[in-house]
Design a protein around this ligand. Sequence first.
Ligand SMILES: [Zn+2]
Length: 485
Amino acid sequence: MGGSHMRTRRLRDAAGVAVVLCTLTTIWGCSPPPRTPPVARAPEPVFRRGPEAPAPVAEPADVAAAPVGGVVVAGPPAPPPPPPPRPRPAPPRHEPDIRVRIAELDPGAAARVGARGQRLRVGIARMASDGTPPTEGAHALSGPVELALGPAGWTARDAAGMRAAWPADVAQLHVTAASGPSQVEWDGITWPGDMRLVRMPSGGMDVVMDVPMETYLPGVVAKELYGSWDLDTYKAQAIAARSYAVVEDDRWSERRHYDVVAGEQSQAWIGATQNPTALQAVRETRGMVLVHDGLVVPAYYSSACGGRPATARGAITDNPHHAIAPISTGDGSARSGCCERTKVATWTASVPAAKVAERLRAWGRSNWRPDVAAIESISAVKPASRNAAGRTVTFTLTTPKGDVTVGAEELRTAINAARDRATSIRSSDCTITLSRGTMEFAGRGFGHGAGMCQHGAQEMARRGTGWTEILARYYPQSRVETAWR
Ligand SMILES: [Zn+2]
């Protein structure tokens, strides 16, 4: 078991360095300027939502080719073609590491890492041909260590006044516990695993934890569910979260310096946890993943479906390999006996229409949707299409320049991007009425609605239903397979 951990981790380190070194080449001009953005910042065109929304390329107003003096002036170049949609992975035979981005630091910001008195090793990551872990440039320092990145390179100053420095061309620093459990404290939280600080093209840094999957999962399940919920809900959640993470791990391994973020865009993570139900649920489902046609299911889940589930393809992903029965329950019919009696079954919200228009313009600019970016104002909104379960799939917005159709989840993403709880909406399954410049929303459920409904799963567990039946209901035609032991 331990041996397989180490082997997987070393290979992953090498892959991570490879990605970051590509980025550095583009920064320092060691090779001709690339035609596409650095790998670490490559947009992910397959998914509509996610941690890496496509970067704004140009003001959409410039997109249309304008005839000038008989010569057609082309607009800016189109975004690079998307990589081919990635098939789902086979179940891994050994426990993989997952790379979790826990923070993004602005240029000039220092990272303060390590608990008081904790001995840390801080060192350069260099790719070795045999995959051995890097030791070059390593320093033993006492926490908390203040690590800063500037034009002259990296500097560290520890609690005892020790100083260390690394040159400007170092792509990332590894921070590991010198003794005791593999964990590093950051921002008042203990994070299991080894830490990497990765230089970003902006001059800031990403804080990434490299952690074995089974060590990662308890902090996911503990954060995703209420403490009072049943063990069977926790077990179903552990298997869904493990399956999702395996797919993300495979999807990003060669393309980015992290697989998931700690947050809503991937799955929540509180780092190390003592929650006994979460620890037991992960331990007793060790290595278990959901499989369909021999390949792992990207087991999306959300808080409450409101009785009308979404289909992942369309709501979350455009990847045709994800058009599979376990995450397409919205293609069937409405659910009953799910979450309809819980406190999150229905909701209302009010958002000024001008604010909605402003957020849609911002979303349109960063998602290559000139029609949405050009919305000046909105005078009416109506559902344009629904899925077989009755859930809203698209809305039509009436604007001064004509009707604009947007995906329901795109509308929710745009509105909620402001991260203002008072003017956000809980789901995209809603009716919208416009009155005196305010949009009044009345909706059902909480979250995207694809895959497992967490409140519905807990309703089943509360009535005595086991985790295998919970998974069978929310991921039909999938089965549970133990990928590693
Ligand atoms: Zn539900």
